[in-house]
Structure formats: structure tokens, C-alpha cells
Ligand binder design. Sequence first.
Ligand code: FE2
Ligand code: FE2
Length: 183
Amino acid sequence: MAQSYEEMDAIALLKADHRKVEEIFAAFEKATTKAKKRALAEQACLELKVHTVLEEEIFYPACRGQIEGDLLDEGYVEHDTAKLLINEIEAASPDDEFYDAKVKVLSEVIEHHVEEEEKRSEGMFSQARAAGLDMDALADAMRARKVTAMEEFQAGKLAETLTLEGDDTEKALMDTPMGADAR
Ligand SMILES: [Fe+2]
Ligand SMILES: [Fe+2]
């Protein structure tokens, strides 16, 4: 009983993104040509860049003050760890040293991070559900943002970190979702 994308609430939508990226990483592991590896790695990077924007601009700010703050802080830092690798991978080619290793480590960072988000009861999504966030309004805001974020990243925008030395950390501390529709 697959749910349509339009019907998904915020958590279903984010989990669907997680499953998609896991499939891409699994395909990368099996890929035998450099062209195929590059296409899959770039697809994973694009999906992850869009996904982190949705979480950082909409879902995480809605969670701020409603769920364990440490968990959220760690989420932002895990995203940034992934973004460093994403920008590295996008600038590299499968001919480069450490290319496969970077993709593998990215997949491991994401695997750990997804577990923190999806873990039963103490995970971020469970806590957000228990806090009574409006998951339908958040889903609508994320669906709308997904379209524009996809365009921005397809046009070549790099992933932007929020918590590293020199970053403007304000965005990682926001407690109100960006976008008027998310309340
Ligand atoms: Fe996520
Ligand atoms: Fe995340």
C-alpha cells in the first residue's frame, strides 16, 4: 500500500528520501564502470543536498524547542560532515584517488545519521511526532521547497555548511521553519 508522494506527511516524505538514497548507494556498490559510478554518486549527492535543505530550513526548525536539543545540534553537524564529502565527491572523478572511499564514507555517515532520525521512540522523528508537530503543513512546505532546491542544486550550487568554523550558525539555531506555509 504505497502512499502517493502528494499524500505523504513530513516524516513519510523524509523517510522516502532516505530509502531512495540508500538504493542509490547500494547501486553504487554494485556498479562496475566509472561512468555508472559517477552518475550514481552525483545522483546521491544531489538528493542529499536537497534533503538536507528541507530538513534544515523546514523540519529541524519546527523541531527546535520541541525535541532534545542535543540531538538536533548533532543532526546539523552530521549534515555538515556529509556536505564536506558531497562537495569533495562532486568536484572529483572516479579516476581520482579515494573517490570510492569518499562515497563509501558518505554512505556510512548517512546511515548513522538516518538511524538517529528514524530510531524508535528516542529518534528525532519519533520525538517530533510525540511533540505533536503539524506533519501535513510541514510536508506541504517541504514539497514546495523541494522543487526550488532541486533547481538551485541542478544549476550547480554547492552544499553550504551551517555549523563549521566561520559559518553563520544562526540558521542552525532557527526555531521557525522558513516559508510561510509551515506553521
Ligand atoms: Fe533525513
Ligand atoms: Fe538529516
